[in-house]
Design a protein around this ligand. Structure first.
Ligand code: ADP
Ligand code: ADP
Ligand code: MG
Length: 447
């Protein structure tokens, strides 16, 4: 136990979340920050803070040299990357380790295997995990794309192999649209991710997004149940919950086993999430996120496991007992992502000064946020500024508790999606547990 110095290479709510786990384990915290985050809560709360550059991410949170320099300067022994930023850059994980430091995450090899999504699909298939019908590996060219689309049938989805954050995807309804879509998708992928590689999947109609949390030490993999993230807008998650209200009980064990098989097959180490797409009575592997996820508190609340503390302990050499193959969920949990954005203006980001803020509390209510009265939400980063997580004995109770907690939120000075979240919780399809990934956009946001 304890007494290491851990550098937090992230910002916002997840930086605070990592700091909490560090302190719980008795570690010293070094927080790096950009000029835009000088007055932020993670900086105030850390044992030591180091400015690593300008506001723009690529001048600070995406700059490995600045971060490794800060680690050297402060005597940090480990680096936790959080989510986003450098968390899924294999070279960064390798660099950190080459400096003799601990990277709180999987090996560079695992990150690069799973980060190239077309390769991940092939690995999943090899591990006996079902994948969506589509291209083996990357598409070579337009002719290749055409022949695979013909084989699997339209509509198809062109996906950037390096895609993240719900970006780099294009639905193609018919062969007539394929050439243009192929051209545009590869150009966009090149611009956004520096990699024009595309792969193809059958585009599934109104599926659910269900993912499995795993913890692995390179030998033993345990699963910690599933999360349902079907409430999405533009392929980005809005509300996540567990257990999933949308899968038959008979699907749960095979789903958990599939996630475990994939993690085992690559000797995965640390926390990870295997994402699946579920259509009717079938589930298919979609991708693996080789990091802590935004929605990890859902699982923490359901299982009682502190996932970030586990990440640190595994990184410092702890072995999992493996006595329990799956840690069961108790009751029901929901997470609502509170964003600085204006639903009336097509969810345009709404940075600025949060003149006043009050968060809910009470039984089984958790708020993860770096906000405080007078905090200025910078325009440079993700618009998510708080997460509300609640627990209930059953789904109905959890939904009611979430609604009530959202009603207590007061945020002035900027626009937020809080009222939209309340509308979503009250939506009949949501209440009936019938959410699918297209529902919000098609049924709630088109007039
Ligand atoms: P999760 O399930 O954890 O939400 P996402 O794929 O939605 O997974 O992304 C997680 C985080 O990664 C986002 O909240 C965002 O901060 C970050 N992110 C998304 N897209 C990018 C990108 N293109 N570059 C860097 N970070 C990104
Ligand atoms: P990212 O790396 O950006 O998170 P994913 O592959 O996880 O990309 O897909 C993000 C979202 O896109 C999914 O949650 C789902 O809503 C949608 N999606 C992905 N693949 C398909 C598919 N084959 N059919 C229908 N929807 C899909
Ligand atoms: Mg995903």
């Amino acid at each position: 136990m304890g007494q290491h110095t851990v550098l937090v290479a992230n910002r916002g709510e997840v930086a605070l979340r990592i700091q909490r786990a560090c302190r719980l384990l008795g570690h010293r915290v070094v927080q790096v920050y950009s000029e835009a985050d000088r007055d932020s809560l993670p900086v105030k709360m850390a044992d030591q803070a180091v400015c690593i550059g300008k506001a723009a991410s690529n001048m600070s949170y995406l700059n490995p040299i600045a971060i490794l320099g800060a680690a050297k300067l402060t005597g940090a022994e480990a680096i936790h990357p959080g989510y986003g930023f450098l968390s899924e850059r294999a070279e960064f994980a390798d660099q950190v380790r080459a400096e003799g430091l601990v990277f709180v995450g999987p090996s560079g090899k695992s990150i690069s295997l799973m980060g190239e999504k077309s390769v991940a699909r092939d690995m999943a298939k090899k591990a006996g995990v079902p994948t969506v019908p589509g291209s083996p590996g990357l598409l070579n060219d337009l002719d290749h794309a055409r022949s695979i689309a013909k084989e699997i049938g339209y509509p198809v989805l062109l996906k950037a192999t390096a895609g993240v954050g719900g970006r780099g995807m294009r639905v193609v309804d018919s062969e007539a649209m394929l050439a243009k879509a192929y051209q545009e998708a590869s150009t966009e992928a090149e611009l956004a991710f520096g990699d024009r590689g595309l792969y193809m999947e059958k585009y599934l109609r109104d599926p659910r997004h269900i993912e499995v949390q795993v913890l692995s030490d390179g030998h033993t993999t345990i699963t910690l149940g599933e999360r349902d993230c079907s409430a999405q807008r533009r392929r980005q998650k809005i509300i996540e919950e567990g257990p999933s209200p949308g899968i038959p009980e008979s699907m749960r064990a095979p789903l958990l086993d599939a996630a475990r098989s994939l993690a085992q097959s690559i000797h995965y180490e640390n926390a990870g999430t295997v994402e699946f797409i579920v259509s009717g009575s079938d589930f298919y592997f979609m991708e693996m996120n080789t990091r802590i996820q935004v929605e990890h508190p859902v699982t923490e609340v359901l299982t009682g496991v502190d996932l970030v503390a586990e990440q640190l302990e595994i990184a410092f050499g702890k072995r999992l007992s493996g006595a329990e193959k799956n840690i069961p969920a108790r009751g029901h949990a929901l997470e609502c992502r509170i964003n600085a954005e204006d639903p009336a203006e097509n969810f345009r980001p709404s940075p600025g000064c949060l003149t006043s803020v009050h968060f809910p509390a009470g039984p089984w209510v958790r708020v993860d946020s770096h906000c405080f009265p007078g905090y200025v939400v910078p325009p440079f980063y993700d618009s998510m500024i708080a997460k509300l997580i609640v627990w209930g004995r059953d789904r109905h109770e959890a939904i009611r508790r979430a609604y009530q907690a959202l009603s207590e939120v007061r945020m002035e000075g900027i626009k937020t999606n809080v009222d939209f979240l309340k509308t979503l919780l009250m939506d009949p399809a949501f209440q009936a547990g019938q959410m699918h990934t297209q529902y919000v956009e098609r049924e709630m946001l088109t007039a």
